[in-house]
Design a protein around this ligand. Structure first.
Ligand code: SF4
Length: 60
């Protein structure tokens, strides 16, 4: 299982709020772009998945 970003669901016009809930700093954002997951750091805890109000972060 891996965490993936569903880019079309992300409006890409705000600081990603899910970055704050990641316990290991695995979500990265460049400007207001859709965030990217650092799979080396991610422990697939799922916190960002349930936190993203747009449903743009998923387990795949
Ligand atoms: S699943 Fe957990 S560790 Fe991985 S990016 Fe989301 S909040 Fe961070």
């Amino acid at each position: 299982m891996a965490i993936v970003i569903d880019k079309p669901r992300c409006p890409q016009n705000h600081p990603c709020p899910s970055i704050r809930v990641c316990p290991v700093g695995a979500l990265l954002q460049n400007g207001f772009d859709a965030p990217v997951v650092d799979h080396e750091k991610c422990i697939t805890c799922g916190k960002c998945v349930s936190f993203c109000p747009m449903g743009a972060i998923k387990e795949a």
